[in-house]
Design a protein around this ligand. Structure first.
Ligand code: AMP
Ligand code: ZN
Length: 119
């Protein structure tokens, strides 16, 4: 989609601080980090929301989640076989949740204690 910010980042038209990519998954640092580690993990193919992605290609959704965990390992948020110190994986759908980019993305957040419940 030529008018989608994240599609344009995948295409190299807008700069991205890439931390990991596979043939179908792309991960880059959030421009406005909310934690010491804040990485966005997305499918290279355009899908608007997590629900649309689950319906269209559940296998790709699994690859994106596996990519998010690989980012957490790479960033030292967990270790192989361990879950410490830990990370939070967030995806927002729709205006009330605060979705501002309509290309599904998972936020990988870590490096500080996360409040629960979230605000
Ligand atoms: P959301 O509000 O859940 O849709 O998340 C969109 C995220 O994209 C926000 O955390 C923004 O800071 C981030 N963002 C917007 N533009 C860019 C950009 N050019 N590079 C990296 N992250 C961006
Ligand atoms: Zn897109």
């Amino acid at each position: 989609m030529s008018d989608c910010l994240f599609c344009r980042m995948i295409a190299g038209e807008i700069p991205a601080d890439v931390v990991l990519q596979t043939d179908r998954v792309f991960a880059f640092r959030d421009i406005n980090p909310q934690a010491p580690t804040h990485v966005l993990v997305i499918p290279k193919e355009h899908h608007a929301t997590v629900g649309a992605l689950a319906a269209d290609d559940a296998g790709l959704l699994g690859e994106v989640v596996a990519g998010a965990h690989a980012v957490a390992l790479q960033e030292g948020l967990v270790t192989d076989g361990g879950a410490e110190p830990g990370y939070r994986l967030v995806t927002n759908t729709g205006p009330q949740a605060g979705q501002s980019v309509h290309h599904v993305h998972f936020h990988v957040l870590g490096g500080r204690r996360m409040e629960w419940p979230p605000g």
